[in-house]
Design a protein around this ligand. Structure first.
Ligand code: PFF
Length: 463
């Protein structure tokens, strides 16, 4: 048996440096969740108080689970399914923990099948912006552009296909040649573009009003459901509970500090979400738009704002380029656990596995494309396929995976294993992590679950 002391090696290779891992992990974390979802759910939930709860959740629940996922991934050095089976066996003589990996790999597969469709719209919007379609457009025209894209399954499928092709293109090349090279370029570009837009919104937007909206806690506007959706969003935005972070953890060199990396990535992800909010809300207010617009906030409202301001074509193009980059690096992290599992368990080459899986996800994604047109009335478990896939993953699979990971790292793994992997020099920091992993994170996840199945609403505590 390979002991953990003998240090395993991942068959897929390894990140070449700490920086490469930080970039890859922040690329996975920063995506549609930060730029599309965060502003709209913050807007819907009234801003300040929601943002505060989200911040608490990210640091008290998300950060310890991210550390647990990386440490499990690095200790196992296999795909999430094999790693959970291997460590389950070592730590408790029970290989059934591999089911947690299976849940994650299955979840990644399903998330990508709808994520890719929204990401496809973002790519389409780069071209809409460049061609000047938003310039001087009124709300009806903008709504018609968005409706024309989502309502026309051929157009939507085209962009979805293009985006899946981009994702497969990178992942085929493997850990260093593909993932690392892509994120090394994409992450700094993303940050640069975002700061450029921030400068723009400071000059052209109602910046102070945006600041107040985002940071003044008005608790009367926050419902129990809002609190729980802040917690749920902490999972989604950090990509935790899915095995994506575990898969990336398998490629982390032994000398990299898990805690320092996690703090950096969580900080970066949160920072990018907050900066995005500070880009969007000042523009929303300067143009008399509604912050509680909903999921259409960036696809309908922002083009409207951009279309009616000087230099709007360039700003809009930059924005959707940024969104596509962010979605791309997240999509790469969503397909990677599935690819690692298939190559390691079936002995299929990485290119063949990636292309095969890419086609399968693409095909499932067509149901998401059709959810906005031909199949808009077909009811899956929770509405259209698109809505159901989102509900199943965000409200059920992700919290279940996060709960199991926290319990495994906190209760099943020995102190010796976790302390040996985390190597925290400060004993208080280790105790804090263990407490969070054993108690805080599992308890918080149980709350999300109760919310998802409506028990809190039934008890009159939530919605
Ligand atoms: N964190 C990504 C985002 O904010 O867009 C989405 C995501 C990626 C969720 C990878 C889960 C995952 F495993």
């Amino acid at each position: 048996m390979v002991t953990s002391e003998a240090r395993r090696r991942s068959p897929q290779g390894s990140w070449t440096s700490r920086l490469a891992f930080v970039l890859a992990l922040s690329g996975a974390a920063v995506g549609l969740g930060n730029i599309w979802k965060f502003p709209y759910i913050a807007g819907v939930n009234g801003g300040g108080a929601f943002v505060l709860i989200y911040l608490v959740c990210v640091f008290a629940v998300g950060l310890p689970i991210m550390m647990s996922e990386i440490l499990i991934g690095r200790r196992g050095r296999r795909n999430p399914i094999a790693t959970m089976g291997l460590l389950g066996e070592e730590e408790s003589g029970n290989r059934k923990w591999s089911l947690v990996g299976l849940l994650g790999v299955g979840g990644s597969f399903i998330i990508l099948s709808y994520y890719s469709v929204v990401a496809g719209w973002a790519v389409a919007y780069i071209f809409e912006s460049v061609s000047g379609d938003f310039a001087g457009a009124n709300p009806d025209q903008i709504t018609a552009i968005f409706g024309g894209l989502t309502g026309n399954w051929v157009a939507s499928a085209f962009w979805h296909t293009l985006f899946m092709g981009m994702t497969v293109f990178v992942v085929v090349r493997g850990v260093v040649q593909g993932l690392e090279r892509a994120v090394r370029v994409l992450m700094p570009v993303l940050l640069g573009l975002l700061l450029l837009l921030l400068g723009y919104s400071m000059v052209e937007g109602e910046f102070v009003q945006g600041l107040i909206f985002m940071f003044e806690p008005r608790f009367d506007e926050l419902t129990p459901t809002g609190v729980l959706s802040a917690l749920g969003h902490a999972f989604f935005t950090l990509s935790i509970g899915m095995g994506a972070v575990m898969a990336y953890g398998a490629y982390v060199p032994d000398n990299v500090s898990i805690s320092a990396t996690s703090v950096t990535v969580v900080g970066m992800d949160t920072g990018i979400a907050l900066i995005t909010g500070l880009v969007i809300f000042p523009i929303v207010f300067a143009n008399g738009l509604d912050p509680a617009e909903g999921p259409g906030l960036i696809f309908v409202t922002l083009p409207l704002a951009f279309g009616n301001i000087p230099g709007g074509t360039i700003v809009a193009t930059t924005f959707f380029l940024l969104l596509s980059f962010a979605a791309w690096t997240s999509a790469i992290s969503l397909i990677e656990p599935v690819v690692a599992w298939v190559t390691e368990s079936r002995g299929i080459s990485r290119p063949a596995a990636t292309i095969g899986i890419g086609v399968a996800i693409w095909a499932l994604g067509l149901l998401s494309v059709l959810s906005f047109n031909a199949m808009a009335d077909v009811n899956f478990m929770w509405g259209t396929y698109f809505d159901s896939a989102d509900f199943l993953t965000s409200n059920i699979m992700l919290p279940a995976g996060g709960f199991a990971i926290a319990v495994f790292a906190g209760w099943i793994m020995s102190r010796r294993s976790t302390a040996g992997e985390l190597r925290l020099t400060n004993p208080a920091a280790y105790r804090l992590w263990r407490f969070a992993s054993r108690f805080v994170a599992p308890a918080a996840v149980v709350l999300i679950f109760l919310n998802a199945i409506g028990v809190l609403g039934w008890l009159g505590m939530g919605g």
